[in-house]
Write a protein that binds this ligand. Sequence first.
Ligand code: WTA
Length: 658
Amino acid sequence: MSSDSSIKIESVLQEQRIFTPSKEIADSSRIGSFDEYQQMVDAAKTDPEGFWGNAARKELHWFQPFQKVLDWSNPPFARWFDGGKTNISFNCLDRHLGSSKADKNALIWEGEPGDVRTFTYRELHQEVCRAANALKTLGVEKGDLVALYMPMIPEAAIAMLACARIGAPHSVVFGGFSAEALRDRLIDGEAKVVITADGGFRKDKVVPLKPAVDAALADGACSTVKSVLVVKRTNQTVEFEEGRDNWWHELVSIQEADCPAESMDSEDRLFVLYTSGSTGKPKGVVHTTAGYNLWAHLTFKWIFDIKEDDVYWCTADVGWITGHSYIVYGPLSNGATTVMYEGAPRPSNPGAFWELIQKHRITIFYTAPTAIRAFMKSGRSIPDQYDMNSLRLLGTVGEPINPEAWIWYRDVIGGSRCPVVDTWWQTETGGVMISPLPGATPTKPGSATFPLPGIEADVVDMNGESVQTDEGGYLVVKNPWPGMMRTVHGNPQRFRDSYWEYLRPLDGSYIYFAGDGARRDSDGYFWIMGRVDDVINVSGHRLGSMEIESALVSHPAVSEAAVVGRPDDLKGEAIVAFVTLETGRVVNEQLIKDLRSHVGLEIGPIAKPDEIKCSDALPKTRSGKIMRRILRALAAGEEVSGDTSTLEDRSVLDKLRE
Ligand code: WTA
């Protein structure tokens, strides 16, 4: 967190519209009124352990019952469901096989070229077992970390479930990250095996993946990695290293279709997922078995009010938490049908999403505001060409949604009949924390509405005191919850410092600081205002300013760099970099191009700055801290307001203004 971060309400939204759930929707929903929601909130508040204990017993299968619901004796390190033994792969697959769900579609997948593959629960179970046995033949044992660097193909979900099945935590690295970024994550996690593909199809192009794995592993950089398992997807020629690399179709297909699910302790590590923070390198967020399973399961059930014949589609990538919780674990744990799409809307098929909804009769659609804004820009004539009458519920995630986009989504995509659930949460929270419930919560466009039962969210000041109605503040959670991250991989101190020690109320209690700013209106609705730290949210992707700065500084021409976000109509935020060059270097178009591609190589294309401004110096305080607040204002083309008296050299500001 930069010292000069300040919270301001840029424009207090004057959003007055309220959409109350229709009687028909309320009557057919599990949680069918606001009173019912309120009763759950009260029950969870009065007796949290009773509430979560009952939920865990009811919603999950246990090989051995737990003895204690919550151990919070050593905050901020929580233990949930201690003494219990379970397995999330079992909960997502095996437990459905004894019922009519066995022959129900678990996964419907469509590739960008139009190829379709479907898996019933029975078939998915067999594939997962084969993959799990293949991992065993590669020497993977309980506790070994397996990294995934995959396109959006069924094998990505199969591999995650196979890892979970044998108790090998997975670390999924988004396929859009570069070889460098992959290498950092492989080293940090001490991965033993990497699962990848030759490539994937996206926006009418072949995106190669295996070459990046080769580059990441080159020169013995990741000595812990013993094997690579490669799915053939695009049929490109790839290099194979004898003894290390294996084809998925050769190794997996010859395995037995049965592999018992390992009995895991509730607190055994389920996965590590790297995400950007305000300082240093991305942190490996650690989630554990039972608490995460319960959270993904229950939030999915509540928020999407899932029904037996729903066909649910979340457009996220499995490389992000949304893909983990709401493509794979949440839907499958509930025995739902989950749709996975390899591609994206593209000039050759701008209606790709709507075509998919029409074709597979999708009933629930969950996507990001950025996508909605892009569709809105190209107009309703494209979605209007498709029959989307199957839809009954819409969701958004990843960034604040502006009321206009919310209304457009509801009207044009949802035919004015589908409730919209704006879900606020983070990699760290494991699952959704603040969201409407479709049958219970009157919604206001642009507001994530209220916390889920059991979540005591609040908006506070620096001292952890609640702020007044409509006043901006820090979004916090005041109690532990089952899906909370347990630690930062290899760095418990960072977990403590970043999330739990930043705001310490006078009574000494621990509260979770999310990194977001928010306000509550006079009806108690939460309005999320975006990050208050140095995390930039570009199209729903989280990027740390510091990471991009380090990437820039690692280029020989750059002496110093400061990166900030600038409001962007489409992407939410755009990346603006201010750099000073080494003496003797001159700014020209080629250099700017080089710097952008350098960041692409260091992190990935999503991190390339939209704008790079070179200057002689950066605005700093007398103690040498870059004043990002000033740069943010400059990047946005705003007047630099607030106190600038701490600036070491005021002329820097004048020059930058020029
Ligand atoms: C932002 C993605 C406003 C927020 C699930 C958070 C949102 C960060 C919303 C987490 C929302 C997510 N409204 N902002 N509904 N959902 N965010 O870890 O800034 O990739 O801190 O998890 O996204 O991003 P992450």
